[in-house]
Design a protein around this ligand. Structure first.
Ligand code: ADP
Ligand code: MG
Length: 250
């Protein structure tokens, strides 16, 4: 019997894991001399400056840093949402920038789960439908997908909110739906951009507990945050971002 975790057993998801051959991965993330320059008219904004970083599978990475220091930009590169201006970005040993948008979209859905500061739920979809939304690549039937999504909502304690629209949920509940959605395809990397910044303390604590469950399930976590409760967690690798440079990534 495979290990039980937040995600259910690994055996249940063999199909997805086999596609990417996740068990053979050396690095969850590998950045080599990565820079990202935004151009606005004649102005250049150096959001990331020559970042080199290796993250092993299963590491729990916490990055803090002032607003505007480049945290979201870094997550967006790792999450295949944006491209580096120069340097190499590898995720699960795959040089993702060498591929077209269609591959990158599939790769993103399969390998990474994104949790945002402001939840980013689709306002016209129920909690259950939001969780089902990233499952579009699955060849399961609609009712199987519904059952999977309901199970994920149950794991975050929201089985009684499945039919609610985002505006009918509290901030903390919306973030828990977003966490269930991030798990929809059982990705091995979780990317979280200030996941507790907009939450009351009780909801923030629930989110921290869920993040720790991911860690125990062997996921790689990369969390951008100012939350001292996350920064001070044991067994994490903490780095600081300042003006597009990562400090302490040794
Ligand atoms: P953080 O998440 O640490 O607050 P960001 O990664 O959002 O920082 O931003 C880093 C820098 O890049 C900031 O100076 C920001 O204004 C700039 N920036 C971010 N996104 C864009 C964009 N799409 N176009 C132009 N500049 C941007
Ligand atoms: Mg940000």
């Amino acid at each position: 019997m495979a290990e039980e975790s937040f995600l259910g057993s690994r055996e249940d998801h063999e199909d997805i894991e086999d596609i990417e051959g996740l068990d053979d991965v050396d690095y969850a993330v590998r950045l080599e001399n990565v820079s990202r320059i935004y151009k606005i008219g004649k102005r250049e904004i150096h959001a990331l400056n020559d970042i080199t970083l290796d993250i092993r599978p299963g590491e729990f990475i916490v990055v803090s840093g002032h607003s505007g220091s480049g945290k979201s930009t870094l997550l967006n590169l790792i999450g295949c949402i944006d491209y580096a201006t120069s340097g190499r970005v590898r995720v699960m040993d795959v040089p993702i920038e060498d591929y077209d948008e269609s591959f990158r979209a599939t790769f993103r859905l399969t390998n990474t789960g994104f949790i945002f500061q402001s939840y980013n739920l689709i306002s016209t979809l129920t909690a259950l439908e939001n969780v089902m939304f990233p499952m579009q690549l699955s060849d399961k039937t609609e009712s199987e997908l519904e059952a999977d999504a309901f199970e994920l909502l149950t794991k975050v304690g929201l089985e009684e909110r499945a039919d609610h629209l985002p505006w009918q949920l509290s901030s903390g509940e919306q973030q828990r739906v977003a966490i269930a959605r991030a798990m929809a395809n059982h990705p091995s990397i979780i990317l979280a951009d200030e996941p507790t910044a907009n939450l009351d303390e009780e909801s923030a604590e629930m989110v921290r507990t869920l993040l720790l469950e991911f860690k125990e399930a062997g996921k790689t976590l990369i969390i951008m945050t100012h939350d001292l409760e996350i920064i001070n967690l044991p067994n994490t690798r903490h780095m600081k971002m300042s003006k597009g440079v990562l400090i302490g990534n040794d």
